[in-house]
Design a binder for this molecule. Structure first.
Ligand SMILES: O=C(O)CCC(=O)C(=O)O
Length: 282
């Protein structure tokens, strides 16, 4: 199967043209796509008219699919547990737009997601873009003494952290914590396939660096959050209906912009691919 790959930004991301994802892909094409994906971290396929089953089949070309047992029930597809339906939902009277702060999927578990695939099903007339940041670049551009310092540190990842959880009712917070107790992750992760070092921190998930004073921990984390999402490391995806996009959670963080009115709905479907073990329960 022949196709072309065109970079989408100088930091990361590429568009693949010439493949129809409603059709099965042969092994040689999957192997070639994986190489392109490892190189560009994010691959976009525009104009795809795929059913849920075809979306799942395409996702499975990249690895084992997660069944989202640790996710809030409202987000999981009623009959296909491999699918999340990502849309605004009300929790405790508050409208939540899923993924509205920087994160890497499931970094708050000891099996962080290797990859995720997102498909655009309903979009607001304007806004609703998603940003991805290149965490290899973020690591590589740190000064050598800072690299040595963060190489030796770990941070606590807690899914109940972050602005979307401010004001959560205690029972909701406790249930969320029970499903996903906080996990200690290395701040720098070696990518199991490319061998490259990438920062593995995010504003949504990271709460503290154990063993450091509060001021040391807060200062280092906020420096890393700010540095790792500098505009020159970022690709901004302006969604069109029919877009399908796969990203590598081991070397990127992402964030969905909540820049559209609450009168508009936005609906995406997502699969998550199981990653290798990382981190330990706190
Ligand atoms: O809706 C989006 O654009 C991204 C959602 C998200 O952050 C996620 O699926 O992890």
């Amino acid at each position: 199967m022949s196709y072309s790959v065109k970079p989408l930004s100088s930091a990361l991301g590429a568009e693949v043209e010439g493949l129809d994802l409603s059709q099965p892909l042969d092994d040689a094409t999957v192997a070639q796509l994986r190489k392109s994906w490892l190189e560009h971290q994010v691959l976009l396929f525009r104009g795809q008219d795929v059913t849920d089953d075809q979306f799942i089949r395409f996702s499975a070309c990249f690895g084992e699919l997660h069944n989202h047992q640790n996710y809030q029930e409202e987000l999981v597809h009623p009959t296909r547990k491999e699918l999340l339906v990502v849309k605004s939902h009300a929790v405790n009277g508050k409208v939540i737009r899923f993924g509205q702060e920087w994160h890497s999927d499931m970094s708050y578990t000891t099996r962080p997601a290797m990859a995720s695939v997102l498909g655009a099903r309903r979009l607001p007339p304007v806004g609703g873009d998603t940003l991805w940041s290149n965490m290899y670049m973020a690591y590589d551009t740190l000064a050598e003494p800072v690299k040595r310092m963060v190489d030796a540190l770990s941070a606590v990842h807690d899914v109940t952290n972050g602005s979307s959880h401010i004001g959560d009712r205690a029972d909701i917070r406790i249930a969320n914590m029970k499903r996903n107790p906080p996990v200690l992750q290395p701040i720098v992760r070696v990518h199991p396939e490319t061998g490259r070092r990438a920062l593995f921190v995010s504003e949504w998930m990271c709460t503290r660096i154990p063993g450091l004073s509060e001021i040391e921990s807060d200062s280092i984390l906020s420096m890393l959050f700010k540095h790792s999402t500098r505009s020159e490391f970022v690709y901004r995806q302006k969604w069109k209906l029919g877009d399908v996009l796969i990203w590598d959670n081991r070397c990127t963080v992402h964030m969905a912009l909540r820049d559209y009115g609450s009168e508009f709905s936005r609906e995406m479907i997502r699969t998550s691919l199981v990653g290798t073990p990382s981190g330990e329960l706190v």
